[in-house]
Design a protein around this ligand. Structure first.
Ligand code: 5AD
Ligand code: SF4
Length: 473
């Protein structure tokens, strides 16, 4: 048993990051472990987690398990969890309750959790106390070891906990089963060293570790060969890419080299305003295949709150960067994340957030009520804003955000824009869905053989969160 440890998780040393190219191995006796068995995996949280799930799927399939999207038919059930806010946490425990029923009628089911919640000491203690009928808990640093963890569980028939609380290395040879044949996630870095005071990620994902450019470029070139149209470069804070490599190579260089592979669309998430350089802005504006879309979390419009959050920029810095991007990258869409009700946030602070929203008129935003995460500095700050007040602030903010989302979309009416058609639309099976270069969701009247293609679409109707359009020649 390897238990998570919060004190260990927050340590940062100068220890060199090891790049392991042979770490993932499925021993011969494990290759058939899943024969005749089905797995079900549910993912919570961010794109990083979605991509980890693609790795986990490939590992399970290397062991002969087959995927099912029906949990009730599964022999192996995994929840890849998110720890970012309390509600993500509650959803997982709700799901664990459902799994318990299934396990009562079929005790042979193997069930477990992985991902960010597995890295939390308090969660694992709760599992040991109340849910010790679960079979596996493994962390974000242990994915490559899943074959051995599963083998142990099956043999011991006992709860197997394997969570490393380490700064982390990089395992380069984990396989991947991508959800899409057209767009792909590519990790460019792991972990985070920013330690914003509200955020649990630096504890659950380890220190900032950039992948070497040659590994990233090799992966993108492979995707180009396999006719992928779009890559999204992934990291908690992609603008800091390369800072830990000591090779004088940064996010601007990487973006440029990825663009030069010829892949039709390059995206990247998530940016931190602190590390966003002019070089990067230049590169984005220079290459037409780097998409004019930037997710730039604001978190708060009050410099006082930003300081308490440990964000390293002021409201003015953010506004300066915002207008630099808008003037240098034509038609660039900018979206954001905002937290309301951070400890000590006054009406004046909140009004400053609204003021920034009124200035920036974001294309859209994810908005959250502050959620204290055990072990983070903000969880210890005095939280004197009532829940009712927080809800009111969230409501007011959302109204404003929605107004600007609709306004941003309105500008598209009757315009012709490129859309990568991805699949049949969820709302109407006679339509397809896809995204514009600026990441606007469009439902398109088009024949199914256009799936996987970038087509010109004329926008015919505009709503707050999506648009409707028709293919034009
Ligand atoms: N409470 C509320 N929102 C949070 N986020 C991160 N941590 C917390 C927290 N403790 C939000 C931030 C971040 C997004 C991914 O989640 O806005 O950008
Ligand atoms: Fe959630 Fe952050 Fe973990 Fe992603 S990295 S799953 S957002 S806690």
């Amino acid at each position: 048993m390897l238990m998570p440890n919060l004190m260990e998780a927050k340590k940062r040393s100068n220890k060199e990051v090891l790049i392991k190219t042979n770490e993932y191995i499925v021993k011969d006796n494990l290759k058939k472990l899943g024969l005749g068995k089905k797995y079900f995996i549910k993912t919570y949280g961010c794109q990083m987690n979605e991509h980890d799930t693609e790795n986990i799927k490939a590992i399970l399939e290397d062991m002969s398990f087959l995927e099912t999207d029906n949990m009730e038919q599964a022999d192996l059930i995994l929840l890849n969890t998110c720890a970012i806010r309390e509600n993500a946490h509650n959803k997982v425990f709700g799901m664990i309750g459902r799994i318990k029923h299934l396990k009562e009628s079929n005790p042979n089911i193997i069930a477990g959790i992985c991902g960010c919640m597995a890295q939390e000491e308090s969660v694992v203690n709760e599992i040991l106390e109340k849910y010790n009928w679960l079979d596996i808990v493994f962390g974000t640093h242990n994915i490559h070891n899943l074959p051995n963890i599963l083998y142990e569980t099956i043999n011991k028939k006992d709860l197997e906990i394997e969570v490393l609380s380490i700064e982390g290395d990089i395992v380069e040879n984990i396989p991947v089963k991508r959800d899409s044949k057209y767009k792909a996630w590519v990790n460019i870095m792991y972990g985070c060293d920013k330690f914003c005071t509200y955020c649990i990620v630096p504890y659950t994902r380890g220190k900032q570790r950039s992948r070497k450019p040659e590994f990233i470029l090799q992966e993108v070139e492979e995707l180009v060969k396999n006719s992928y149209k779009e890559v999204t470069l992934l990291g908690q804070n992609v603008n800091a890419y390369g800072k830990d490599l000591n090779i004088n190579y940064n996010m601007g260089n990487l973006l440029e080299n990825v663009a030069k592979t010829g892949i039709e669309r390059v995206r990247f998430v998530t940016s931190h305003p602190w590390d966003f350089t002019d070089d990067m802005i230049d590169i984005i504006s220079k290459y037409p295949n780097i998409m004019p879309y930037i997710h730039l979390p604001l978190q708060s419009g009050s410099s006082r709150i930003l300081k308490l959050m440990g964000r390293r920029y002021t409201k003015e810095d953010y506004l300066t960067l915002f207008s630099k991007i808008k003037t240098s990258i034509p038609n660039c869409a900018i979206t954001t994340d905002i937290i309301v009700g951070f400890p000590g946030e006054t009406v004046k602070d909140f009004n400053e957030t609204l003021e920034v929203v009124n200035k920036c008129k974001f294309d859209s935003a994810f908005t959250f009520i502050f959620s204290p995460r055990e072990g983070t500095p903000a969880a210890k700050m005095q939280d004197d804003v009532s829940l009712e007040e927080k809800n009111n602030r969230l409501y007011e903010l959302n109204e404003l955000i929605n107004k600007y989302s609709k306004e941003a979309n309105d500008k598209y009416l009757n315009k012709v824009v490129p859309v990568l058609l991805e699949s049949v639309s969820e709302k109407d099976e006679n339509m397809l869905m896809g995204y514009t270069d600026t990441m606007k969701l469009v439902n398109v009247k088009a024949s199914k053989d256009l799936i996987g293609k970038i087509v010109n679409v004329q926008i015919k109707d505009v709503k707050t969160w999506s648009m409707d359009g028709e293919v034009v020649d």
